[in-house]
Design a protein around this ligand. Structure first.
Ligand code: GLU
Ligand code: MG
Length: 436
């Protein structure tokens, strides 16, 4: 059959979906200038194809402008079409960034970081996912045999990552039934979120080509394990590592410590963005190695922010290895919005000159609320409605986003929740499993 290669200009949106429009690849140069038309109300498309109350109605026009620097073209082989897409910005027709363009929201958060601290963000998202079709084998956690079962997927994902400009790192059989984890090397600024988006799409692409289905849903079954997104972050100052201070508290530089303090202070209000689905809150519970409190952990996997280990054996300097990870995140969110919320909270912590937090060393779920409060800890919201109340109720946090964003975001999520109303928990889990 005859075919002409097409490229899709696309963006992550409020539903954490990647949406856009395709055009012949030969038009790329032109489309970089003139863009592709887009409709404002699309921002209220939920992950279940319902449309939330929109401030735009049927009015208005926008353009999606593909970014050459975030263009991905991967040839998997003769049996499947060439994959070709470019992450993009959404602009008003006069060229201004659109208020709901997740990439532009992230760019402005990163500009704020640079303005306040002179620092560049450096990092990578780590992803867990599960094979939907796999019969739940038992006894395969972290095994060679578990890896072997998906070796073809792993190797094709690694090859696709390299072609797309992502630095492959590790791939493993994770703990859960049919669960795998894939990690990659760090990048700078907006590319951190772009590469997370690209990685999710490449895993889906390769799995689809192999006749398999994967899911990045936060949790398939509350009796099983969760699929987390762990966002590893550090800072560069004029290209030099700027997170590690051997004499600092927890070996953090003062600015990095203030940044983490900001994340923890505002975590209850940003979790509606970093873990934004109904099932996110089935994962954010104690003893799942996810995150249930706003605590810092020194190498503790139950903490929402964990200072990661460094190794004396590595060929990479300690200063360059040193990073912390944000664990209260999952793949039902736009990576761009997640990172924007984290960066704004961190920068707020720098501006407020917050003290570097203590690291917890015990099981916080065993402490009573008054002991927790005395130590400055809160239990994170236990449901999406509670998380949204914390978000819309915190004017500092909503003030980081463009005018109207918080209200529209809440309406989007209300529509998503309305679709699930009255459905039993297992059906809700299975719906999210299908759409993510
Ligand atoms: N699956 C856990 C989560 O939901 C993380 C396990 C790990 O530390 O790798 O975040
Ligand atoms: Mg893991």
């Amino acid at each position: 059959m005859i075919a002409e290669e097409m490229v899709v200009a696309c963006c992550t949106d409020l539903a954490g979906k990647v949406r856009g429009k395709g055009f012949p690849a030969s038009q790329f140069e032109k489309r970089m200038k003139r863009g592709v038309g887009w409709t404002p109300t699309n921002v209220q498309l939920t992950c279940f194809d319902t449309i939330g109350e929109s401030p735009f109605g049927s009015l208005g026009d926008l353009v999606i402008i593909p970014d050459e620097g975030a263009r991905v073209r991967v040839e998997l082989g003769d049996l499947v079409p060439v994959e070709h897409f470019a992450l993009s910005d959404i602009r008003h027709t006069d060229g201004r960034p659109w208020e709901f363009c997740t990439r532009s929201i992230l760019k402005s958060a990163l500009d704020r970081l640079n303005l306040v601290s002179g620092l560049t963000l450096f990092g990578a998202f780590e992803h867990e996912f599960q094979m939907r079709s796999a019969a739940s084998l038992i006894g395969e956690a972290y095994t060679l045999n578990g890896f072997r079962l998906e070796r073809r997927l792993a190797e094709s994902v690694v090859a696709a990552m390299r072609t797309a400009g992502l630095e492959p790192d590790t791939f493993m059989k994770e703990f859960g039934a049919g669960q795998y984890e894939v990690t990659m090397g760090p990048s700078r600024g907006v590319a951190i979120a772009d590469q997370s988006t690209i990685l999710r799409e490449l895993v889906r692409l390769v799995a689809g080509a192999l006749g398999k289905e994967v899911t990045f849903t936060p949790i398939r079954d509350p009796a099983g394990v969760g699929n987390g997104v762990h966002i590893h972050l550090s800072f560069l100052n004029s290209e030099k590592p700027a997170t590690w201070d051997p004499n600092g508290k927890h070996e953090l530089t003062k600015t990095a410590g203030q940044f983490i303090a900001g994340i923890l202070k505002y975590l209850d209000a940003i979790v509606a963005i970093t873990a934004p689905s109904v099932v996110s809150y089935l994962r954010l519970t104690p003893h799942r190695w996810s995150a249930a409190f706003n605590n810092l952990g020194f190498r503790d996997r139950e903490a929402s922010v964990r200072i990661c280990p460094v190794s004396d054996l590595s060929d990479i300097s300690k200063a360059a290895q040193f990073n912390f990870e944000f664990r209260a995140a999952d793949a039902t969110a736009s990576p761009h919005l997640q990172l924007a919320a984290i960066v704004h909270a961190g920068v707020q912590g720098i501006e407020e000159e917050l003290p570097i937090p203590d690291a917890t060393t015990e099981d916080l779920s065993l402490l009573d609320p008054s002991t927790l409060a005395a130590r400055g800890h809160v239990r994170l919201p236990k449901s999406l409605p509670e998380a949204l109340d914390h978000f819309v109720g915190n004017s500092t946090v909503t003030g980081w986003f463009p005018a109207g964003f918080a209200d529209t975001y809440a309406k989007h999520k209300e529509c998503e929740m309305a679709f699930l109303e009255g459905k039993p928990q297992q059906e809700i889990c299975s719906l999210y499993e299908r759409v993510y």
